[in-house]
Design a protein around this ligand. Structure first.
Ligand SMILES: [Zn+2]
Ligand SMILES: [Zn+2]
Length: 426
């Protein structure tokens, strides 16, 4: 486990140290980056030929559903971390909509203990309200004490603004971010996909962009009024992105993330009535997609996270009855290279910043840099190699991959977490 590993001749891109592609060797020893230099001697280290590949800090995915405890037929902590490792993700933040919900110190500890030796580092977003019921706040101080890194009610957003304001202030005092899934449940009720041309064509009820926009507006208003931070999850609409940009210019402490499916796909992808591409918020219009790309480019959205949400094939069989969510940890880097770096929206450096260094800083995690002395969490990938996404070949228990069948550019070759190789395709 703790042997020496030497990655030779890779192009190092490390936004944590502003290294933009120097050809360096990376020596990993005792779970740490021991050296980052040209032509390091091999000594007794195992050598990995990194030529032609990029070495970067392991990805940090701040929006993941591990389904454990309670829904382990979909995924569990260990299988979810296998999918993470195969995608180059070495740190992830898991959401609390489990059974029981992660709303007690015991459940926080369960997740942290079960993930102690997993193939990725697991950080916990604990619930804001008890049982995610939106009615009474959790003991946020006790949850933080037990190891919660953030707070969220994710898919069941806190409708009571007074309660949300109190949660944001208590979280701010604890130095833990609140990550908010923005959805006005009255506006979205009954909707299966974006309300628009495609939903009308398919004759299915829609979720208007307004459902997300109204909730984003409230979170910004609370953050501004109370002078506390808020992080907006999985932004999918042009209006939400514009509101976040405008608020940031006023100095509001609002940050935002989006997911690969929102910058890569639109509602048109649902014309084949495939429930694997149904998620919340839903895939939107081309105008929204372009606005999300622009918000990533100008830094309004500083983070890319996946909202990796496993469901069984049985659950996803019926387009209209299926639960929301798609898996994405194994395809996020490639989707970013294909859809953002390829067309020149982001450089590879900026992509890695949004997928590693920025979320690590936002959550205050020891990740996002290959600085000597830092934990040895690293991804080695070939950014020029293409592959076709076969859901059966992916890791984890579920197959509801949003990019299935697509040919993407950028293949993970090696993932190192805590100094140990957790994924290898060399
Ligand atoms: Zn959500
Ligand atoms: Zn989610």
């Amino acid at each position: 486990m703790m042997s020496k590993l030497l990655i030779k001749g890779a192009k190092v891109i490390d936004p944590g140290q502003k290294i933009e592609g120097a050809l360096l060797d990376v020596l990993i020893e005792n779970g740490k980056i021991a050296a980052l230099k040209r032509d390091l001697p091999t000594g007794d280290a195992e050598v990995v030929d990194g030529r032609g590949c990029v070495a970067a800090p392991g990805l940090v995915d701040m929006h993941v559903h591990l389904r454990d405890p309670g829904f382990t037929e979909k995924e569990d902590i260990l299988t979810g971390c296998e999918a993470a490792a195969a995608g180059g993700v070495t740190s992830l933040l898991c959401m609390p909509n489990t059974r029981p919900a992660i709303d007690s110190p015991e459940t926080v500890r369960y997740v942290l203990e079960k993930s102690a030796d997993a193939k990725a580092r697991v950080y916990v977003a604990a619930a804001i309200t008890r049982g995610l019921n939106g009615e009474a706040l959790c003991g946020m101080e006790q949850l933080a004490e037990a190891g919660a890194s953030a707070f969220s009610d994710d898919g069941r957003p806190v409708a009571d603004s007074r309660l949300m304001a109190e949660a944001m202030q208590r979280a701010a005092a604890l130095g833990r971010p609140v990550v908010s899934h923005c959805e006005d449940l009255f506006l979205s009720a009954g909707g299966l996909m974006n309300e628009g041309a495609v939903s009308r064509k398919l004759g299915v009820p829609g979720v208007p962009a307004a459902a997300e926009n109204c909730a984003t507006a409230r979170e910004i208003a609370l953050a501004e009024s109370y002078g506390v931070p808020i992080h907006i999850c999985h932004v999918s609409t042009a209006v939400s992105a514009a509101m976040i940009r405008d608020a940031q210019r006023r100095g509001v402490r609002v940050t935002g993330e989006t997911a690969p499916h929102y910058f890569a796909l639109t509602e048109e992808a649902l014309l084949d009535r495939d429930a694997d591409k149904r998620m919340s918020p839903p895939l939107r219009t081309e105008e929204d997609r372009l606005a999300i790309c622009e918000a990533l480019r100008d830094g309004t959205l500083a983070v890319i996270a996946t909202d990796h949400a496993p469901h069984t094939p049985q659950e996803k069989a019926d387009f209209e009855k299926a639960p929301n969510g798609s898996i994405g940890m194994e395809t996020s880097l490639a989707a970013g290279i294909t859809e953002l770096v390829g067309p020149g929206i982001l450089t590879l450096y900026q992509l890695l910043e949004r997928m590693s260094t920025a979320p690590a800083r936002l959550l205050g995690l020891p990740a996002g840099s290959l600085e000597p002395g830092a934990p040895a969490d690293l991804v080695l990938f070939n950014h020029r190699e293409s592959w076709t996404v076969d859901p059966k070949a992916l890791h984890g228990k579920s197959e509801n991959a949003v990019f299935k069948g697509r040919t993407l550019l950028g293949r993970v070759r090696l993932t190192v977490c805590r100094g140990a190789v957790v994924y290898r395709a060399l």
